[in-house]
Write a protein that binds this ligand. Structure first.
Ligand code: NAD
Length: 390
């Protein structure tokens, strides 16, 4: 298949492009390097050094003999998006290309507006371009489990059978997101469902859990193929951050009581889910939703798992929660769709955590300790010091 990966320079987009290329697909990546510029803005950097996209592509050609095409541009630019899709004419578009950090979207008005403009308009431009160029193109869009929030009922895969006053209908599952970023994903989901229902497009919305891990079978083939590893309080996902804190001998910082429960997924399963969704497209007119997660844990359980597996002494520190979220709640998620397509999940095991400890150990001298403390407050949406300085 011809597969275009939007956001192909990112933490997940790059290893996904490699996995798809390794599986024999013809792959192109697109990016505007916004993620690299947030690093400059926040004064942070990936723990693992990453190469420029062109160097990564050259390295992949050297080790695999496969060529990945590259498009540089902004999805918010409708003309660029249309021309790229016309030029590459993919069978499938995998859309990772959005601002993805909840704390970043909660810094202040400017960052909230940027996040929603970037994500919602970029996604709309992709939908219009598909309609214009070829409505048969299958859109595989990355959403998040955070769209649902923590409702007091089971979380279904995108749709809910509702009986109201004796009548029944199949409705989009109601969403209760927890940040302006998560809201942007809800808006995207509605726009995509509309495009499927009204224009007959075909789409798969993948509501993904929190991703952990840094290596895939392809990225380890050459150090120039490494993907990002973020640990800071704005972009670092929770398990990756705990691993680095353990290695540095710092307490693992749990927000609130740590009872918040979340779905998680190994990066090796993320890339495989994208392959499965791409090779088994949605029907024309279908808005298909999968919950792309394999297990759920409370934040405290994740901290204890990291602490128990590390050979040194690890403490857990409970910080006042900067976010507004329930820390005691019901959480039961249906996630069978991708398993039915053939996903054989890697569950959170000592092997994975141990390999992450190794990565963190290797690069621990690059850590900026101050970057790990949370600075963005949900209630006040105040600018953190690091942003005011810029
Ligand atoms: P990332 O920030 O590392 O990658 C996103 C990429 O998209 C970056 O390279 C960025 O430069 C690019 N991009 C952003 N806006 C763009 C635009 N307007 N035009 C072109 N390129 C643009 O993020 P990630 O962690 O790889 O996440 C990828 C996707 O998966 C996101 O949509 C995110 O919401 C979703 N997701 C991620 C996680 C996670 O734990 N990382 C969890 C759930 C969902």
């Amino acid at each position: 298949m011809r597969i275009l990966v939007l956001g192909g320079d990112g933490y997940l987009g790059w290893p996904t492009a490699l996995h798809l290329s390794d599986c024999g697909h013809e792959v192109a990546v697109a990016d505007n390097f916004a993620r690299r510029s947030y690093d400059d803005e926040m004064g942070v950097r990936s723990l693992v050094p990453i190469e420029p996209l062109q160097t990564r592509i050259d390295a992949w050609r050297e080790v695999s003999g496969q060529h990945i095409r590259m498009y540089y541009g902004d999805l918010v630019d409708a003309e660029f998006t249309m021309e790229m899709i016309r030029d590459f004419h993919p069978d499938t578009i995998v859309h990772f290309g959005e601002q993805r950090a909840a704390p970043y979207s909660m810094i202040d008005r400017k960052h909230a507006v940027y996040t929603q403009q970037n994500n919602v308009i970029g996604n709309l431009n992709v939908l219009f371009a598909i309609r214009e160029v070829d409505p048969e193109i299958h859109l595989v869009k990355l959403g998040t489990m955070g769209e649902y929030g923590t409702p007091n009922i089971d979380i279904e895969e995108g749709w809910l059978e509702v009986t109201h006053k004796g009548r029944t209908d199949r409705m989009l599952y109601p969403k209760k997101p927890g940040s302006f970023y998560h809201l942007s994903k809800v808006h995207d989901s509605h726009n995509i469902e509309f495009a499927c229902r009204i224009w007959g497009l075909r789409a798969t919305d993948l509501n993904q859990g929190i991703v952990y891990g840094q290596e895939t079978p392809q990225t380890v083939r050459d150090s120039r193929l490494a993907t990002r590893f973020d640990y800071d309080a704005i972009f670092g996902t929770v398990l990756n951050r705990f691993v680095i804190q353990a290695v540095l001998g710092h307490p693992l910082t749990v927000y609130g009581s740590g009872g918040q429960t979340r779905g998680v997924i190994d990066i090796r399963d993320t890339v495989e889910c994208i392959r499965l969704a791409s090779e088994n497209p949605a029907e024309a007119g279908e808005f298909r939703v999968f919950n792309q997660m394999t297990e759920s844990f409370s934040v405290e359980e994740l901290a204890k798992t990291v602490a128990n597996n590390y050979h040194g002494n690890v403490e857990v520190e409970y910080l006042e929660n900067p976010r507004v979220e329930q820390d005691q709640h019901y959480y039961n998620v249906v996630h069978t769709g991708l398993v039915e397509l053939g996903l054989d999940p890697h569950l959170l095991s000592n092997t994975l955590i141990n390999s992450l400890f190794g990565v963190a150990e290797q690069y621990k001298d690059r850590v900026d300790l101050a970057a790990m403390r949370p600075t963005v407050q949900w209630r006040t949406a105040s600018s953190p010091l690091r942003v005011q300085q810029n």
